[in-house]
Ligand binder design. Structure first.
Ligand code: FO1
Length: 299
C-alpha cells in the first residue's frame, strides 16, 4: 500500500488529488490542508481550502467555481443582505452554510479543527485522510496601501472583494509563530513513501503549511522522495491569482521560480511541456525536472 502525503491548498490542489486517487486507487493518501485562508463571518468559522478538498473529493463541489457546493441556493445570503449584514462580498450558499454551522458548533464545544474535519469527512468520504495543517488559529492577512496609509485586510477580502487588484505590500501569516502541527501531520510526512506538492498557490496555500513549526523540517528530512507540480504554466497561474501573490514576495511568476521556493525540499519538479526551457534552470538547483503536460482539463 503506497503511502502518499500531499500538502494542498484549494482548487488546483483538490483537482490534482482527484486525478491522483484515480491514478493510484489502492494508495493510502493523507492530505495536509491549508487553514490560513480560514475566516469567521456571520459568526461562522469557514475553512475554504479544507472544504474545497472535502467537497471536490467527496463529490459535492461546484465544479465550475472549484469552491462551494453544487446545486447551491442563496436564500440565507439574500436574507442577510436584506438585514444589511456585512460582509456581502463573500458568497455563502445555503448548503455550504450547514458545513460552517457544524464546524462552528463543534469548535464551540471544544473540539479541535482536526476532529471537526474528521467528523465532516465522515459524511463526505473524500477517500483521503484530510488533516488541517494546525489546530491553532493562523490567518493570512494582506497589507495594502490604498493611498491614505497601509492597512491589513484579511486574505479573503483582498482575494474576493479586491480580486487581488490592489498590490499586496506584504503578506502576513497572523498567528503562525505559535501554531503547532495538528495531530498526525508530522507523522504523515515522516511515514510517507512519497510526499507531493500539488499545483496549489505557493504563497498563500503551500507556504503557510510549510511555515507551521516543524513541517518544513519534516519535509526536508523525510526519507521519502518529495515531488512537486508547477502551479504556473507558460508564465501564468492556471486560475486564481498566484501571480499577484508571487509579486508580493518579490518572486517571478514562472515554473522555475516557484521551484526555487521549494528547492531545499524537492527531489523532483514537474513543469508543463510549454515550460521545457525551464528544465535546465531547475536541474541547476539540484532538483530533477521533467516537462510533461500539466494542464488538468478533466479527471
Ligand atoms: N471565492 C470568490 O471568489 N467569491 C466568493 O464569494 C467566495 C465564497 C466562498 C465561500 C466558501 C468557500 O469555502 C470559498 C469561497 N470562495 C469564494 C473561494 C475562496 O476565496 C477560495 O477558495 C480560497 O480561499 C482561495 O483558494
Amino acid at each position: 500500500m503506497l503511502r502518499i502525503t500531499a500538502l494542498a491548498g484549494g482548487i488546483g490542489g483538490a483537482r490534482f488529488l482527484r486525478g491522483l486517487l484515480r491514478a493510484v486507487p489502492d494508495s493510502d493518501v493523507t492530505v495536509i490542508g491549508n487553514t490560513a485562508d480560514d475566516i469567521t463571518l456571520h459568526g461562522l468559522h469557514i475553512s475554504p481550502d479544507l472544504d474545497t478538498v472535502m467537497y471536490t473529493l467527496g463529490g459535492g463541489i461546484h465544479e465550475g467555481q472549484g469552491w462551494g457546493r453544487a446545486d447551491e441556493t442563496y436564500a440565507v445570503k439574500d436574507e442577510l443582505a436584506a438585514y444589511g449584514a456585512e460582509p456581502q462580498w463573500f458568497g455563502l450558499g445555503d448548503r455550504d452554510l450547514a458545513t460552517h454551522v457544524i464546524r462552528t458548533q463543534m469548535l464551540g464545544a471544544g473540539y479541535p479543527l482536526s476532529a471537526v474535519t474528521e467528523a465532516l469527512c465522515d459524511r463526505w468520504q473524500p477517500g483521503v485522510r484530510l488533516l488541517p495543517m494546525t489546530d491553532d488559529r493562523v490567518e493570512t492577512h494582506v497589507v495594502v496601501d490604498e493611498g491614505k496609509r497601509p492597512r491589513a485586510v484579511h486574505f479573503q477580502e483582498w482575494w474576493v472583494r479586491m480580486h487581488a487588484k490592489i498590490p499586496a505590500e506584504r503578506i502576513v501569516l497572523v498567528g503562525v509563530e505559535s501554531a503547532r502541527p495538528a495531530p498526525g501531520v508530522l507523522e504523515a510526512i515522516q511515514a510517507a513513501d512519497v510526499v507531493l506538492l500539488p499545483p496549489s498557490n505557493p504563497v498563500v496555500s503551500i507556504g503557510p503549511i510549510l511555515a507551521v513549526a516543524g513541517v518544513r523540517d519534516a519535509v526536508a528530512t523525510t526519507g521519502a522522495p518529495v515531488v512537486g507540480v508547477s502551479p504556473i504554466i507558460s508564465g501564468a497561474p492556471v486560475r486564481g491569482m498566484a501571480d499577484a501573490c508571487l509579486t508580493a514576495i518579490g518572486v517571478e511568476t514562472s515554473a522555475a521560480a516557484v521551484a526555487g521556493l521549494y528547492a531545499d525540499l524537492l527531489d523532483g519538479w514537474l513543469v508543463d511541456t510549454s515550460d521545457a526551457g525551464a528544465v535546465p534552470t531547475v536541474e541547476a538547483l539540484g532538483v530533477r525536472c521533467r516537462a510533461v503536460p500539466l494542464l488538468m482539463s478533466d479527471v
